[in-house]
Design a protein around this ligand. Sequence first.
Ligand code: F6P
Length: 340
Amino acid sequence: MRIGILTAGGDCPGINAAIRGVGKTAILEYGMEVIGISSGFLGLINEEYVQLDENVLSGILTLGGTILGTSRENPFKKNNTFNAIDKPKLIKKHYQELGLDALVCIGGNGTQRTAAQLSEVGLNVIGIPKTIDNDVYGTDVTFGFDSALWIATEAIDRLHTTANSHKRIMVIEVMGHHAGWLALYSGMASGGDVILLPEINFDIHMVARCLKKRAINKKPYSIVVVAEGIATPKGESAARYVANNIKELTGLETRETILGYIQRGGSPSPMDRVLATRYGAYAVELIAMKRFGEMVALKGDAVTSVSLADVGGKLRLVPETHPLIEKARRMGVCFGKESC
Ligand code: F6P
């Protein structure tokens, strides 16, 4: 068999581990040929390919980013043509010309939706979920999340010491798009006093009240972790909006930090290396069994799969009833809703 593999959407640590998992299993276990497609779906439009042999796949397990490159190209966007040809048609044509028996799409929500659409038009597609946001529907975890969690936690740990020295309030904005997974987990891992998530409507006055109370109770400093996706008026950055309002409402010295792309860069954590490898290997098992139109997923401890048709276009958000939120509230963490 000849299989293609592409990486699309925002990058994250662990993608190369997944490429290696797919490639080595395909070549060594099944004698398949593996073609890397450059820059996500754009590579199938522009016909940019690279042969992935054992040499190319060696030494990439620990590498951040993606050796194939990525893009946010969505071929199914309305009126999306290349040289006047409909992009999905072009992709199908190039897939056939390449002689592919299957296509592995490594990506987040947008990628899985495109994968589902390509599957509908007759391509043999397998999805592998990745993203630091951990918001892909149908799987308990995406790889990339654990690495980003380590980075964000380490950064917030460092902000504790400088906050303490200066008796300041530190507002830290973490990524996550519309989901609050990274904010919730990094906030809890680093002992955040206030955690604001897109999934929980917050009242900035409640947040200010909680921080004032901490100051009155002689807490020298406070840590406020905010998800980038929280609602702010006028599209202001989450950290800027929260920090400015805290300053105004409490009069306490406040600083903001936006962690940004640091969360997506560098070497994957050991957990992400293992998860990405398991996902990659299982994607090839599915291909060998000719079970196409599926996305690899983790359910509990087991790697399994779900239908791409059920996944495409859906988000996995933090439920307000999440047990970690309940535990946090009992320990006095403020989510900006309850009065403290
Ligand atoms: O999906 C990963 C992510 O890093 C989000 O957390 C963030 O909102 C977005 O990508 C940033 O996208 P871009 O790379 O296009 O700036």
